[in-house]
Design a protein. Sequence first.
Length: 127
Amino acid sequence: MHEKRETIRLDKWLWFARFFKTRSLATKVVTSGHVRLNSVKTSKKSTLIGQGDVLTFVQGDDIRVVEVAMLGTRRGPAPEAQTLYIDKTPVKEARDYVPPSPKFEGKGRPTKKDRRTGLLSRRDMLD
C-alpha cells in the first residue's frame, strides 16, 4: 500500500523556515509566480510540499535554491528554522564593489571650489 506523504502548504513552510518575515509576504511571492517547485513554476499558495522537494525563489537580490529537509510544526527561532532546509544556493563571487562616497554624489556641503565652478557655469547660462 502507499504510505501517505507528509505535506505542508508552500507559503506556510516558507514562513516557518524564516525566508519571509510574514506569512502574507510569503503568500504574495508565491501567488505572483516567483517560486519554482522542482523546476516547475507554481502560483498557488496552497501547493503542498514535502521532504526532498527543491524550491527556487527570489529573496531580495538573491536567487535561493533550497531543499526541504523537514516540514516543521511552528515558526521557531532561527537555529530551529535552519534545520528545515538544505541550502543549495550557488556561491556568488566576491563583489569588488565599494559604494561611492556621498561627498562625490552631489550630497553634503559643497567646497568653495565647487561653489565657484557652479557659479561660473550658471553665469554662462544666463548670458
